[in-house]
Structures are given as C-alpha cells and as structure tokens.
Design a protein around this ligand. Structure first.
Ligand SMILES: Nc1ncnc2c1ncn2[C@@H]1O[C@H](COP(=O)(O)OP(=O)(O)OP(=O)(O)O)[C@@H](O)[C@H]1O
Ligand SMILES: [Mg+2]
Length: 274
C-alpha cells in the first residue's frame, strides 16, 4: 500500500468518468462489482479510484486495507477534517482507494442540518478527477444522504441486482427513487447498465435467472432507458476467496467464469467511453 502516488503519471487534461454502484437493497453485489470492475480497469491500464462511501467498509476490506489503520477516511473528507488527496491510498492491486471508516455511521446525523449536504462528495471529487481515468463509488444500501451524495457525484450509475424472487419488485422502488431525485433535486441519472447476480444453481437450471433477466429488460426499457444492457454474473465461490485475500477477481482468478464476466463488463465500460 502506498500513499499519494496518484498525483503522478497522468495527462491531467482530462477528467475521470465517475460511476456509482447503486441499489437501496442490501447484498445485491454493489461492492463486489465495484471492486472487480476496478481491478479489470486497472489491468486495462486505466488509473482507477474506488471511493468507499459505505460505513460497512466492505470495499476497503475487499482491497486488503484494514480501516482501523488508515490515516483519514472519507468521513474526515466529508466534514472538512482532511483533503481527499490526503486519504487516498494505492492498494496492492494498484487500485487507488479513498477508504471508509466506522465514523461514517454518524454521517446522517451530522449531515442532516448542513447546507448543500447532497453535493459534498461531488465537490470533493471535482478536485481530483484530473488524476484518474475512472472513479468508482461504492454506495451503501438504503436511501440515505450518503447514497444521494454518491448518485449526485456520478455521471452514470450501474445497478447490481440479485436474481431472487423480489428483484423485480425492488426495481419499482429504485425507479421511484430515481424519479424523486429528478423531481426533488433536479438530478437526472444515466443508468449505464444493470448487473444480475447469479444464483448458486447448476448449469442445467438457469431458467429462473433468464426469466428474471427478460422481465428486467422489459421493465428497464419501458421505465428507465431503452438501451440499457444487462449482464449476468455467474455465482462463484472464487468471489468469496478473492475477497478474503483482499484482491479483485482480475488479480485472483482472471480466467475463471466470473473473472471473464467482469472483464467483459469492464471492456463494455471502455467502449461506452469511446
Ligand atoms: N458472483 C458472485 N458469486 C458468489 N458470491 C457473490 C457474487 N457476487 C457477490 N457475492 C457475495 O454476495 C454477498 C453480497 O455481495 P456484496 O457485498 O457485493 O453486495 P452489496 O450490494 O455491496 O451489499 P451491501 O448492500 O451490504 O453493501 C457477498 O458476500 C459477496 O461475496
Ligand atoms: Mg456493499
């Protein structure tokens, strides 16, 4: 882990593309997708920062960083105690990280009365966008000020979903949230893609996931945007193992099924960018 290396080696004339991983439902694969896509983007020579906005700190741990030992977190940045540059680390997989801390749990209470409390992250990232090609924000579940900050800071959102029985219903709720953001604070979000987390089923039993994918496609086309792509991520124990080792799948098992699935998604992101 190295600090502040990110200031070097980049043509500063362009700004990063900022993408948030969003779903108010817990456990849909936001953090896993954020880290695994970041890993591939780095392997594709893109300078990438992960911003861990979640008090759970899963993105921080998933990159092998012990948040109890970090010198400053996104909490300190939110409340003006540190510049964001001071908190950024380069992790072993070369992904840069703005780490979370447990203090983030108190954010809602502390931010509630503040002016412009939905645009703080956008403002802070504005200062460092020139150093990165991509900034990926791991947004916590729920419908909180941190979540809204993550969405407002991003030009694009990626929606990870699980393919369980309630997946379709939760899309309705998410749609309502996006409409509210647009109507209440004038934020229009571009849904870049949806990622459907596969279930631990045998290859002979992919029917239910396919069925949900079809329904989602119909729903997204009718309600969100007509050309949104949906990728299915296979279930794999390698995902757990990689996370236990503090590595993205691109660095742990790049040639596995799940490794290749995330590679395809990262490539698609680069294509959208061109
Ligand atoms: N493709 C996969 N195969 C197997 N397990 C997976 C896969 N994707 C995610 N998981 C596991 O599912 C669990 C939830 O994933 P993850 O933490 O990424 O979801 P999340 O949406 O970030 O959750 P939260 O809302 O709590 O932040 C984790 O234990 C993760 O290891
Ligand atoms: Mg998460």
């Amino acid at each position: 882990m190295d600090k502040n290396k990110f200031m070097r080696n980049r043509d500063d004339s362009e700004s990063a593309k900022v993408i948030a991983f969003v779903h108010h439902k817990g456990g849909t694969g936001k953090t896993t997708s954020c880290l695994n896509i970041a890993g591939w983007l780095v392997k594709m020579k893109k300078k990438t920062l992960v911003v861990d906005l979640d008090p759970q700190g899963n993105a921080t741990a998933g990159l092998g960083v012990d948040r109890n030992t970090v010198d400053g977190s996104i909490y300190d940045v939110l409340f003006g105690q540190k510049d964001i540059e001071e908190t950024i680390l380069e992790t072993d997989s070369c992904i840069h990280l703005a780490p979370s801390s447990l203090d983030l749990l108190a954010t809602e209470t502390h931010m509630a009365g503040k002016v412009n409390n939905t645009t703080i992250i956008r403002e802070k990232l504005g200062k460092i966008e020139k150093y990165f090609d991509y900034i990926l924000i791991d947004v916590p579940p729920g419908s909180t000020l941190l979540m809204i900050n993550g969405i407002i800071a991003s030009e694009n959102i990626i929606i990870p979903l699980d393919s369980g029985i309630f997946a379709y219903e939760t899309m309705e709720t998410l749609k309502t949230l996006l409409i509210d953001l647009d109507e209440e604070i004038g934020v229009q979000t571009n849904v870049m893609m949806a990622l459907l987390k596969g279930y631990p089923i045998s290859i002979f039993d992919r029917g239910p996931t396919r069925e949900i994918k079809k329904l989602l496609k119909k729903f997204l086309t009718a309600n969100v945007t007509s050309d949104v792509r949906i990728f299915t991520i296979p279930f794999s124990r390698k995902v757990y193992k990689a996370q236990m080792k503090g590595k993205p799948i691109s660095h742990y098992a790049p040639h596995s099924g799940v490794g290749r699935a995330y590679r395809k998604i990262a490539k698609e992101i680069l294509t959208i960018d061109d």
